[in-house]
Design a binder for this molecule. Structure first.
Ligand code: UDX
Ligand code: UDX
Length: 461
């Protein structure tokens, strides 16, 4: 069968891989090729052992791979055949030079733009899928246009809002698809082509179009608002712990107000993930660039509270366990930055683990999907940490447990059995409020939730 369009995606990561799998699944009339400079990643995408764990992803990839979805390392060869090129390479926080620790590092982006221009001999639509600072499309256009004047490239912004762990559902039933373009005749035509692709499964009133700068900025702002909600509830969790109020009750009472809404109000040990911190830093950097220091300070405080929440968790552990963790065995249950993913990027567990080792605790790390990533994240400490996937073996003869990730598994463990195998007095610090605190207290644990009074068997707590 001849395909209608050739769609290429450069960057086979958490965003590029699942997004293209969904487009292929919903658009059998188009051929989708996903390329990456990392041959191991591509080999994994072509195997039964995909490089990322995402519920439902295996089934979709299996249904379309080899039919209209192809994974390859041939970046340059694939470019010229494509009508539409999604760019989904990573845009990490810069680690050097001007803007180090704040601004986005756009070197992979720029390199990709130059590669596209070098390998193209026909007009193409270039789609920014990666999250980028506002006005990146302008730089992209300048690179493309100054190198090729005989035909035209249109640059669109189409940020991805999927969350890890729910990527397939988010892609299949998105709240919205956002497409930004230049408002020129050619820009609008390109935008319509992309609308037509999503319209294969997304209702048209959920496909929002806008100018390109608003689209780029909206992605940063959406992530900043989401992170801000978590920092807001986490800030209040600290106050709850001091005042015997219960954060779950507060969140419920506040969240039923339809103007506020009840989602994303779970107090936690802190937010992680590859996007929130990076995108807020990026927003803060842009604001400072334009001299908007008050605006920058406002958004920066979201990150400061997140750091405070992680540090507060460690200080609470230390205070509860008689101000000394040296030589004590502590099991971290969960290492992924959230449930249903093996991803550990910016996971709060990384910071907590480092701090606990600094206090000379003996750490055991357990997680159903993230042990390999944990080993890489903590390789500088690996001789001080044990990794045991089975939660019963991990907690055996421990002084304390700290829950880092809200895996369902941790709700239903046999905590009586765990209690029996631990050293007394037993402590459990629930960084995700996932266990039944009263029941565990009745078993004999001293229980320390987030944003709720601690339940201890000590006379003066
Ligand atoms: C990335 C960005 O980090 C994020 O800002 C954006 O919203 C979407 O793309 P993610 O997919 O999670 O997110 O990143 P990652 O899993 O690191 O994937 C990027 C892929 O691009 C990697 O597989 C990398 O090998 C590849 N890449 C990078 C290239 O193919 N070419 C390059 O020049 C650089
Ligand atoms: C986020 C955005 O949700 C998504 O739209 C964007 O495309 C990428 O960034 P992701 O980082 O995959 O997605 O996961 P998300 O579900 O947003 O969780 C981020 C962090 O916040 C996790 O560490 C999670 O545990 C934490 N979180 C989330 C809370 O602590 N409390 C909550 O109520 C919700």
């Amino acid at each position: 069968m001849a395909f209608k369009k050739n769609i290429l995606c450069i960057g086979a990561g958490y965003v590029g891989g699942p997004t293209m799998a969904m487009i292929a699944y919903k658009c059998p009339q188009h051929k989708i090729t996903v390329v990456d400079i990392n041959p191991e990643r591509i080999a994994q995408w072509n195997s039964d052992n995909l490089p990322i764990f995402e519920p439902g992803l295996d089934e979709i990839v299996r249904a379309v791979r080899g039919k209209n979805l192809f994974f390859s390392t041939e970046v340059e060869k694939s470019i010229n055949a494509a009508d539409i090129i999604f760019v989904s390479v990573n845009t990490p926080t810069k680690t050097f030079g001007v803007g180090a620790g704040m601004a986005a590092d756009l070197q992979y982006w720029e390199k990709t733009a130059r590669q596209i221009v070098k390998c193209s001999d026909s007009p193409k639509i270039i789609v920014e899928k990666s999250t980028l600072p506002v006005k990146t499309a302008l730089a992209m256009e300048r690179i493309l246009i100054s190198n090729k004047s005989d035909f035209h490239f249109d640059v669109l912004s189409n940020p991805e809002f999927l969350a890890e762990g729910t990527a397939i559902n988010d892609l299949e039933n998105p709240d919205r698809v956002l497409i930004g373009s230049r408002l020129t005749e050619s820009g609008l035509k390109a935008r319509n082509e992309l609308v037509d692709i999503y319209a294969n499964w997304v209702p048209e009133d959920q496909i929002i179009t806008s100018d390109i700068w608003s689209s780029e900025l909206s992605k940063l702002v959406a992530n900043a608002f989401l992170a801000q909600r978590i920092s807001s509830i986490n800030a209040i969790s600290a106050l709850c712990e001091q005042t015997d109020a219960d954060i779950t009750n507060v969140a419920r009472a506040v969240g039923v107000d339809s103007r506020i809404g009840n989602k994303f109000l779970n107090a936690s040990v802190g937010f992680g993930g590859s996007c929130f911190k990076k995108d807020i830093l990026n927003l803060v950097y842009i604001c400072r660039h334009y001299g908007l220091n008050e605006v920058a300070d406002y958004w920066e405080s979201v990150i400061k509270i997140n750091h405070y929440q992680k540090e507060r968790f460690v200080t609470n552990m230390l205070g509860a366990m008689f101000n000394s963790l040296a030589g004590k065995k502590i099991a971290l249950l969960g290492f992924a930055f959230k449930a249903d993913t093996g991803d550990t990027r910016e996971s709060p567990a990384i910071y907590i683990a480092e701090r606990l080792v600094e206090e000379r605790a003996e750490l055991i790390i357990s997680d159903p999907k993230a042990i390999d990533n944990a080993k890489t994240d903590l390789k500088h400490l690996n001789n001080k940490i044990k990794y045991i996937e089975d939660p019963y073996a991990a907690t055996d003869e421990c002084h304390a447990i700290a829950i880092m990730t809200e895996w369902d598994l941790y709700r239903t463990l046999d905590y009586q059995k765990i209690y029996n195998s631990m050293i007394k007095p037993c402590f459990i610090f629930d960084g995700r409020n996932v266990i039944e605190h009263k029941r565990l207290f009745e078993i004999g644990f001293n229980v320390y939730p987030i944003g709720k009074p601690a339940m201890t068997h000590f006379e003066h707590s």
